[in-house]
Design a protein around this ligand. Sequence first.
Ligand code: BES
Ligand code: MN
Ligand code: ZN
Length: 498
Amino acid sequence: MNFDLKTLGVDGAVTEKCDLLVLLVSESFVPGSDALSDLVTQALKAKDFDAKPGKHLQMYQPQGVAARRLVLAGIGHGDARSVRQAMASIAAAFKQATVKRAVVCFASSAAGSAVAAAVQGAAQASYVYTTTKPKAEARTLARVVIGVADVNAVIDAFTHSTAVVAGVEYAREWGNRPANHATPSLLAGAAKALTKHPRIQCKVMGPPEVSRLGMGAFMAVAQGSHEPLRLIELRYNGGAKTQAPVVLVGKGITFDTGGISIKPASEMDEMKFDMCGAASVLGVFRALAELQPAINVVGLIPACENMPDGHAIKPGDVVTSMSGQTIEILNTDAEGRLVLCDALTYAARFKPSAVLDIATLTGACVIALGGVRTGMFASDDALANALMAAGEASDDLCWRMPLDEDYAEGLKTNFADMANVAGRPGGAISAAKFLQKFVEGVPWAHLDIAGTAWKGGAAKGATGRPVGLLVHYLLGMAAAPDAAAPKARQRKAPARGA
Ligand code: BES
Ligand code: MN
Ligand code: ZN
């Protein structure tokens, strides 16, 4: 799907030939002397239409208007939230098979965030997953023109949002694929496919290389599966060679049965989404490919299945991680932290300015924050603030959670340096404390997306979160690297063991 931005007033929209014209009308709408303005004025007067967000009126071949279908949609004060609400309320119009070319025109001046909301709304409304459902009606919408009064004022927000759409859709696609269509090897293929874009490189490692690296925790999770593990290393080199990269680590469990600590059958299918952290890293690289910002980013994806078989790890087994720390695996279902800890150790090789991991890590995080905000844990206040702000700005919200050392108490064991689980209370936090033991001397954040990466029920499917948040954060770094990632000398002492 293509997006275009062009200068277009209400008078110009009158002659736009398209299958669907959406006129976004705010409460401060001032009518001109054109056919569309007349229509809006009459509809408002007759109270058949209202500029409140969510209110809309549809018409077919209205007199004097070139578009075949016309939708007037209220956007209240014209803020991003209202535009999102408006676009969601008219989503059905973008799904129509006969709508190939749509024009979304702001009837009054629009802010960048409102334009971004319109772009994302049109994409969201028309997205269809078809890979394993060939008879599903695929997206027919091919081109969306966003019409605004002042193109220059919103061009950056527009470009940014169309790149985020490409990234979100890449993440949704891979998140939605069932586990037999998204094995670790296929995920590696999805990463490799990104190298067709400039400045992106990809290296894929298999069991021999991972064994040589000494990633005993990662290998332990994979050993009960017939699918060979993959360690995917993506690089986006847009900045100077001397510029320290941000490393993104995405949990890539392509299916989580729980292993020997097996999960109950109901809703276990949703554990195909346990690679949504990995998918979000792929999505971020897809967006970077579009935007080509002047930064360096490394993406690391430890990918494998968590299966029970004769070779599978057993509760009580002790493994040695790449860091040298030993881990007693008391619950084989706490596998995400096992694959992530070795990837976090590996991340230090890149001498990063910040390390962020993204993972569908705990059911406890779903209980804590539901599907609205991602759980965010950070060892560094500046990084936490930057992520929080990026979440608000991109409408991909997160919420900071604590990392007090007392939460690590439950990880103590008589048989290894640490256990992989503590008790049930505060489960999202003890999981974060576990990960923190593998990060030293670098600002680190952990995003627990267990509640936000996918939706269940009738709307079951991957959301593509938190691609929007991450891209916003990274672009903030490109604009002002010091603001988004603290310099080494501003850093606090590593929180580990503190
Ligand atoms: N992938 C799951 C977390 C999860 C569960 C996400 C349900 C979304 C919905 C993770 O690997 C897991 O199983 N975590 C356990 C940890 C526990 C054994 C300490 C959990 O949350 O139950
Ligand atoms: Mn699990
Ligand atoms: Zn899992």
